[in-house]
Design a protein around this ligand. Structure first.
Ligand code: GYE
Length: 335
């Protein structure tokens, strides 16, 4: 803690110096999302460079909308880049933001590892970094100011605990297949872990196949087709997000099985299409993961820009939904 404070004071000093240098420099400021232009403009506006994972899911689309709308509402100039699920694109975008001398960099890391070098570059340039949605596995916690996002292990655990309760009277084996998120992503690693730990409570519950479906509908459909071909008896599907579950529905129906009845389906996210499938009885349970991180992110950006201390970890509040709860919640669901 003491070390972090010292570090933060040093960062603040660098940031003050950096903004002093920037004041008076006429920064050409593009209006386009990714456009060129300087960081701190002479209108005093905070500039944020944001590197998004991609547009792979309904969750991601809602997250991007939340970030764009919240930046506009907070008077923060946003430079936005979509990395199309590629780490190299994110590193390129972050380097661009460093060059453009933005005031704050925020990003959602597509995978957990391999960020130390670029994060060090941002730190050396005196630009604070905020992690949103997904975290990194860097040992050096001074490379970023805070991590705002969900507890993915908990989401997996809640999904697993629900299944344990449902199957507590099962006498024979319960065969589970798992659709993972993109390889190396924090939500894929953590949801797998939480779910696995929870179902260990009942030795009848067995994961018989587990493959990445990259968080997309197409990926979920394709991998579920393979699962169905290879395994005559599948009792449960655990998909790491709604979109893969929705893609899997097509494969299950095409195989002549009834989703939600022949195969129990558990997902994570609770975006509108997922909630609809749950209310319609095609899904059985969803652990919520909120994409509405924009307002908190902008608030944090203002604080770190002002040199204020922020907590190193800010967790999103979430719940779970059964079919009945989805029916109730659906009319008011915004995304
Ligand atoms: O669950 C999934 C998205 O990182 C929490 O990424 C996010 C996950 C979300 O593609 O739908």
């Amino acid at each position: 803690m003491g070390k972090m404070r010292t570090q933060s004071v040093r960062w603040r000093a660098v940031a003050v110096l950096a903004s002093a240098l920037l004041v008076g420099s006429v920064a050409a400021c593009g209006n386009s999302d990714t456009g060129g232009g300087g960081g701190s403009t002479d209108d005093g506006k905070i500039t944020m460079g944001f590197s998004q994972v991609g547009a792979e899911s309904g969750w991601r689309t809602a997250n991007t909308t939340s970030i764009k709308e919240s930046a506009a509402a907070a008077g923060i100039e946003l430079k936005f880049d979509d990395a199309q699920q590629k780490q190299e694109n994110q590193i390129k975008a972050i380097r661009n933001y460093i060059q453009q001398k933005v005031d704050v960099i925020a990003f959602s890391p597509v995978v957990e590892s391999g960020w130390d070098t670029v994060l060090k570059e941002a730190k050396d340039a005196g630009i604070p970094v905020i992690l949103t949605d997904r975290s990194v596995d860097s040992a050096d916690k001074t490379l970023y100011k805070t991590f705002l996002g969900s507890d993915f292990v908990k989401e997996g655990r809640l999904a697993g605990e629900w299944l344990v309760e449902q199957k507590k009277t099962a006498s024979g084996p319960v065969n589970i297949v798992e659709l993972q998120g993109n390889t190396g992503a924090a939500p894929a690693n953590d949801r797998k872990k939480g779910f696995g730990e929870a179902i260990a409570a009942n030795p009848n519950l067995k994961i018989i196949a587990s493959q990445p479906g990259d968080f997309t509908r197409a990926g979920g459909k394709q991998v579920m087709e393979q699962f169905l071909k290879a395994n005559p008896k599948i009792d449960v599907l655990f998909a790491h997000n709604d979109d893969m579950g929705l893609g899997a529905l097509e494969a299950i129906t095409a195989a002549g099985k009834v989703p939600g009845k022949d195969i129990t389906i558990i997902t994570v996210d609770a975006v509108k299409d997922g909630m609809q499938a749950l209310a319609d009885g095609k899904f059985n349970f969803i652990a919520e993961c909120s994409p509405l991180l924009g307002p908190q992110l902008m608030d944090l950006a203002k604080k770190v820009h002002a040199g204020e201390e922020v907590p190193p970890r800010i967790e999103t509040e979430e719940t779970t939904f059964t079919q009945e709860q989805a029916k109730e919640a659906l009319p008011n669901r915004k995304y």
